[in-house]
Design a binder for this molecule. Structure first.
Ligand SMILES: *C/C=C(C)/C=C/C=C(C)/C=C/C1=C(C)CCCC1(C)C
Length: 238
């Protein structure tokens, strides 16, 4: 079989490749560090490793898919997200559990994340003509998550759980407010509705490439960054 080369100007394939390596390396790191992680933080650090591991497997697949077909692996992108974003919600639950976080809080976070992703998927695939409408619904679910962690139940419980947890929650909340906001930018670049009708990239192929690059960068920042915040909490608090 002929080997597939990554052209030096193929930033989509390149970021899929580097994303695969970064997610793999991060997973090895989190899993090996479990050994020296205090028992009470072990599940949190394990979940950090699961998030990057699930992403590593999807990235490995998406990298090959993109290289062979030249297309955007939208379906597997969303399979990855639907598994990893709820796990990021689990991280908020785990760090606030000591202060009394209830399972209903976890359920609300996960439900909002699923609404956010399923509506985004509709806008990118089966109902692209209404991408703006789906993006707005998805954005509302996103802001509900932002509300819960910045001002709502998560933030209140994090205060009660002590200074270390409160600080970690603040950093994670910044990741969600700024790091997660990169995704709607990719969506605006890649869907026909653009920003309420304003198309930033008009050529469909270029728009799809821009979207993949933006998503790939956002995933590396958010998944590895989130894990490192949890890791750092496990090392400072006992
Ligand atoms: C590891 C993967 C992560 C953290 C994925 C996060 C994805 C989002 C925050 C996506 C959000 C979207 C909107 C807020 C509106 C447009 C549609 C989405 C799904 C791109």
């Amino acid at each position: 079989m002929e080997s597939l080369k990554i052209a030096s100007d193929n930033y989509v394939a390149f970021t899929f490749f580097i994303g695969t390596m970064a997610m793999m390396a991060a997973s090895v790191f989190f899993f090996f560090e479990l050994n020296t992680t205090p028992a009470k933080w072990r599940t949190s650090v394990l979940v950090s490793g699961l998030i990057t591991f699930i992403a590593a497997v999807h990235y490995y697949y998406m990298r090959g898919y993109n290289l062979e077909t030249g297309e955007s692996p939208t379906f597997f992108r969303y399979v990855d997200w639907i598994l990893t974003v709820p796990l990021m919600c689990v991280e908020f639950y785990l760090i606030t559990k000591k202060a009394g976080a209830k399972i209903s809080l976890l359920r609300n976070l996960i439900a909002a994340s699923i609404v956010m992703l399923v509506t985004g998927y509709f806008g990118e695939t089966i109902d692209r003509d209404s991408s703006v409408m789906w993006g707005v619904i998805s954005g509302a679910a996103y802001f509900y998550i932002v509300y819960l962690i910045w001002f709502g139940e998560v933030s209140k419980l994090a205060q009660q759980a002590g200074a270390d947890v409160a600080k970690a929650n603040r950093v994670l909340s910044w990741f969600v407010l700024v790091g997660w906001a990169i995704y709607p930018l990719g969506y605006i670049l890649g869907t026909p509705g653009g920003l309420f009708g304003l198309q930033l990239v008009s050529d469909p192929a270029a728009a799809s490439h821009a979207m993949d690059i933006v998503y790939n960068i956002a995933d590396a920042i958010n998944k590895i960054g989130f894990g490192l915040v949890i890791y750092s909490l496990s090392r400072t608090s006992n």
